[in-house]
Design a protein around this ligand. Structure first.
Ligand SMILES: NC(=O)c1ccc[n+]([C@@H]2O[C@H](COP(=O)([O-])OP(=O)(O)OC[C@H]3O[C@@H](n4cnc5c(N)ncnc54)[C@H](O)[C@@H]3O)[C@@H](O)[C@H]2O)c1
Length: 379
């Protein structure tokens, strides 16, 4: 008889996602609640565009609170979501030592930055606390509020990564004021995804106020309501399954056929744009299978038009989509587990998508959207 020891433990996940308007107003004390105050240090990674626009304000906040902050600029964009970017940050952190427990690393930027910096926090000394402050719509409603982080590797998106809960996520929608319209629309892709697959009320709110919210950069009450509904819905979906023990996930909607497409077309496609392409393929396939009524498919397409999203169907290929499905089968432990809409806000999971269905969605979507895409590009 050999002896066997069973090690059994669990660690609670407990972090706040907080609406934080005017986060870097000099007298705003919120950020100082996390970690040690005056006399302490902070390693602060800031998206370079954000640093140019808000760097002075951020520096002034730390000065006012007596905290020695090292602001480290980071270039956003999928190209920089690499092991090299992670290593460069790790080196800079070596040159600016921080306490292991009470001097959290700060990540101020888009989804690329928060993914890489959270991965740095997960790996530095096997885990140090971090705070995420998203500055893009993609980060605000999705990338920054969960616990996944990582970098792309060998052409595969997010291949190296971790589940690393933050100390807090601080949401200041004021950053969206300077975000280019293409990046606002990019974040909209994730909101549309969430609405179609799990939230009919969010979908209606998008139909009513989505276009105006984009135009006003979410600075109106209706815009803030959209943001809050999207964050709330995303957290409800993520919280019971933070470590993805359950592999059939509604939030994987939009992340099957287009998996890795933005890494493949880094110069032409953003993550949310790839997600939107996948949503449209899924709607076309679900409709073709009779899973989704034609009226519901029409509403999705009409919403995409109304939001001014102009997907480039020309980037889709049947082979690439089928290759993406093969990778997702590995990721989802041997089964497709593809979320497919059955109504606005409802879905089922399927395991029997075949390549011909994907290929036939392309000409259908091209006929519906390509002219608008080309007109938008010409403008
Ligand atoms: N961890 C997750 O659960 C999760 C979820 C969704 C997406 N993601 C990841 O998010 C990434 C995409 O994030 P993204 O779209 O934010 O990209 P990004 O981080 O590259 O930012 C987009 C661009 O916006 C600029 N920018 C950022 N904030 C700005 C501001 N306030 N004003 C002006 N310019 C600003 C950046 O410099 C960059 O050029 C992808 O890599 C995706 O995989 C992760």
């Amino acid at each position: 008889m050999t002896t066997r020891w069973q090690v059994c433990a669990s660690r609670p996940v407990d972090y706040a996602v907080i609406q934080a308007p005017q986060l870097f107003a000099r007298d705003n004390p919120l950020l100082a609640e996390f970690g040690r105050g005056a006399g302490s240090r902070r390693f602060v990674v800031v998206d370079d565009a954000v640093q140019r626009l808000y760097g002075q304000r951020i520096r002034a906040w730390f000065q006012a609170h007596g905290i020695d902050a090292r602001l480290v600029p980071f270039v956003g964009g999928e190209d920089n979501k690499t092991v090299y970017a992670w290593r460069a940050l790790a080196r800079q952190l070596e040159n600016f030592p921080i306490h292991r427990r009470d001097e959290p690393i700060l990540a101020i930027g888009g989804g690329v930055l928060t993914d890489v910096v959270a991965f740095l926090a997960a790996t530095h000394r096997r885990g140090v606390p971090h705070i995420k402050i998203p500055t893009t719509l993609m980060g605000y409603v999705d990338a920054a509020i969960g616990i996944k982080c990582g970098v792309n590797f060998e052409g595969a998106k997010n291949r190296l990564g971790a589940f690393e809960p933050p100390l807090a996520v601080l949401l200041d929608a004021g950053f969206l004021a300077s975000l280019p319209m293409r990046h606002l629309r990019n974040g909209m892709g994730e909101i549309v995804k969430l609405a179609v697959i799990r939230d009919a009320a969010l979908f209606r709110a998008l139909e009513v106020a989505g276009a105006d919210s984009l135009a006003t950069r979410f600075a109106t009450a209706a815009g803030q309501h959209l943001l809050d509904t999207a964050v709330e819905g995303m957290l409800q979906e993520l919280t019971p399954n933070l470590y993805e023990d359950e592999l059939a996930r509604k939030v994987d909607f939009g992340h099957t056929f287009s998996y890795g497409l933005e890494a493949l077309h880094a110069d032409r496609l953003l993550h949310g744009e790839a997600v939107l392409l996948d949503v449209l393929v899924s709607v076309a396939v679900a409709s073709g299978r009779g899973l989704l009524p034609a009226g519901a498919a029409h509403r999705v397409f009409a919403l995409v038009d109304a939001l001014g999203l102009a997907p480039d169907i020309g980037l889709l290929s049947g082979e690439a989509m089928w290759a993406a499905v093969q990778d997702r089968i590995l990721h989802r432990n041997g089964r497709q587990r593809i979320p497919m809409p059955t109504a606005i806000g409802e879905c089922t999971f399927v395991d029997d998508i075949h390549p011909a269905e994907l290929a036939s969605a392309i000409p259908f979507l091209r006929a519906r959207f390509q002219e608008r895409h080309e007109r938008t590009v010409e403008c």
